[in-house]
Design a protein around this ligand. Structure first.
Ligand SMILES: CC(C)(COP(=O)(O)OP(=O)(O)OC[C@H]1O[C@@H](n2cnc3c(N)ncnc32)[C@H](O)[C@@H]1OP(=O)(O)O)[C@@H](O)C(=O)NCCC(=O)NCCS
Length: 169
C-alpha cells in the first residue's frame, strides 16, 4: 500500500484526513469497497468508533470500525495491509473496537463475514464470536455468516480479553 509498513504500529482514532489512505486500502482489500464518502459520513455519525493503525513514519497498516445501537455493537469493517498481516494487528484493532463498545455501554457484539473468509472467522472465534446464521447473498456473490458474542460486559468476557491482551507481548 504505497510503502512498507515498518517498526512500531500505533492505533488511534480515524480522522477525516485518514480517509484517502483508508480508501486505498479498502479498494485493495474488498471486492465491493466503500467509497471515501461513506467513510467520511461514518466519521460524522453518532455511535461510531473508527480506528487506524499507522507505523512510525505514518504509513497506514490497517483500520477498523464499529457501529453501536443501544447495547449492541456491530463491527462494520476491519482490514490490515497484506504486508502487516499475521502480526496481531487484527487482534489489536479488535481490542480497540471492543474497548470502545464497552465504553459506550455495549453488551453484545455482532458482525457479518464472508462464508469463505476463514482467517477472519478464526480471528473472531478467538474473541468468543460464534456463527448463528447465514444471510443469503449478502455480498451479492456470496453468503455472509452472522456471528455474535453476548455479555461482553461480564467478568468472564473481561477475562477472555485479558488473556488475548497477554498474548500481545
Ligand atoms: C482478517 C484480518 C484483519 C486479520 O488481521 P491480522 O493482523 O492478520 O490478524 P492477527 O495477526 O491478529 O491474527 C489473529 C488470529 O486470526 C487468525 N488468522 C489470521 N490470519 C489467518 C490466516 N491467514 N489463516 C488462519 N487464521 C488466521 C489466527 O487465529 C490468528 O491467531 P494466531 O496469529 O495466533 O494464529 C486480515 O487478514 C485482513 O485484513 N484480511 C482482509 C480483510 C478482511 O477479510 N476483513 C474481514 C472482513 S469481515
Amino acid at each position: 500500500m504505497g510503502g512498507t509498513v515498518t517498526g512500531v504500529i500505533d492505533i488511534r482514532p480515524m480522522v477525516p484526513t485518514d480517509v484517502p489512505g483508508v480508501f486505498r486500502l479498502e479498494r485493495a482489500t474488498f471486492p465491493q469497497p466503500w467509497s471515501e464518502r461513506v467513510f467520511q459520513d461514518e466519521l460524522e455519525q453518532p455511535g461510531r468508533s473508527y480506528f487506524v493503525a499507522v507505523d512510525e513514519i505514518g504509513e497506514l497498516a490497517g483500520y477498523a470500525g464499529l457501529l453501536q445501537v443501544a447495547d449492541e455493537a456491530h463491527v462494520t469493517t476491519i482490514a490490515v495491509t497484506s504486508e502487516a498481516r499475521g502480526r496481531k494487528l487484527g487482534t489489536r484493532l479488535m481490542l480497540h473496537l471492543i474497548d470502545a463498545a464497552l465504553a459506550g455501554g455495549a453488551r453484545h457484539l455482532t458482525l457479518e463475514v464472508r462464508t469463505s473468509n476463514r482467517s477472519a472467522q478464526e480471528l473472531y472465534r478467538r474473541f468468543g464470536m460464534a456463527p448463528v446464521g447465514v444471510r443469503k447473498s449478502y455480498y451479492g456473490d456470496e453468503d455472509a455468516l452472522i456471528m455474535w458474542v453476548h455479555e461482553i460486559d461480564q467478568p468472564q468476557y473481561g477475562a477472555r480479553l485479558e488473556e488475548i491482551r497477554s498474548t500481545l507481548g
